[in-house]
Ligand binder design. Sequence first.
Ligand SMILES: [Zn+2]
Length: 467
Amino acid sequence: MDEAITRRDFFPTLERMSRSELDALQLKKLQLRVGRAYDSIPFYRERYQTAGVSPDDIKSLDDLRRLPLVTKEDILADEARHPPYGSFLGVPEEAIWEILTSSGTSGKGREVHAFTQRDCVLRGSNFAVAFAWAGVSAADAVIFHVGASNSASIGSLTRGIRAVGRLPYLVGHAGFDERIDLMLQFGFDAMWCMPSALNGLSQLLRERGIEPRKQWPNTRSVMIAAESFPVEWVHSMEEFWGCKIYEEYGATQAHGGIGMTNCERGAVIGSRRGAMHFFSWTLLFEVLNPDTLEPVKAGEEGDLVITHLDKEASPLVRFRTRDRVRWFPSTECPCGRCLDFVESGTVGRWDDMMKVKGQNLFPPHVDRVLFSFESIDEYQGRLFIDEHGRDNVEVRYSFREKPGDKTSFERNLIAALKEETHLTMRVTEVAPDELPHFITPDQKARRWTDERQAGLIKSAAQTGDTK
Ligand SMILES: [Zn+2]
């Protein structure tokens, strides 16, 4: 039955290329890209010379693997040596039209990526493809729950919404109650939201006695991103909102926006997870076994590697994301596009980075804050869905020696955690024997538990109860 969903292309020629046409286009763009990187971008020239490869060696798409991988650490080190754009900018500074900074902590670990005007238009059109596949058309108002910042979100979303629909108005800057007021005031036809925010929003709507499927009966789709989710939670959200849920994958390094998204069939099809198809005409994705660095086979998990085929400023060639994805060839989705895909709802991380409220949270950064307080003995962190249905962080800690004024101690602790991680965390003192004690540094990650998937399943069950 879902096979009957209408075909919705945004760039029909590009999206519907045959495999051989697509391979030829990718190879041609890759050769131009590598040639330019070698001739005029010091960052790549040095690396390619060290690796003993030159543009002439790129004769097939498989030859891409002869080029060295680039990591976040490489970018950060290069940008520290050549601030602020590093030696991979590739365009004159006067050509920079917009900058994005990846989410990081306290100015450390924050990559800078520049965009030319052409890059920005392309970035917007990548969002437009995603919204088009999710059923948005010219008469539709689309809202997004993202605050304004130098992240990948605001410019790309407003451009993408305008390219395929209309009226992107801001709600992400406001508290959840005010967001609902704005949604009631202006209405909307489609929405972009992170899963935990959608969950929190849904809970607040239930508390206010508002049923989205009655209040906004024409809602076409809700698009989610950035966090993994259980299948049953998608079922409950589709029931509650009265529309299909779509997932996109975005990253600052994926041309500052969406690099893959669900086709018409959505994030979940019956009891199966949907397909997020690569935008292969403009981004070249590899999915590699993290140990052997060989491409994975159908259905296997690997490390997602991104090469920009069109981006002019700060181009990336073989950027290793450390995002853990499950890869499938295009033939496994019946939508007919020759675009390979990754499974929806299961994108994770190979390292111990966690995504909380759109921020990247690294356990070592929390360690650094906690253990800068001499009176703290040990701690454990937990990510959970709180009483408002939103994701939250609790740090349970014990004292080595109790300070005189615990209230002001905790106020300082919360402020220091916020300063380092940009997240407001709950802190709870517990007795020292309630916490496991770790001695070796490689046990750090075990200080953390993530209870959010279980929390979303519980929310889904509660939605069922109140129907
Ligand atoms: Zn498909």
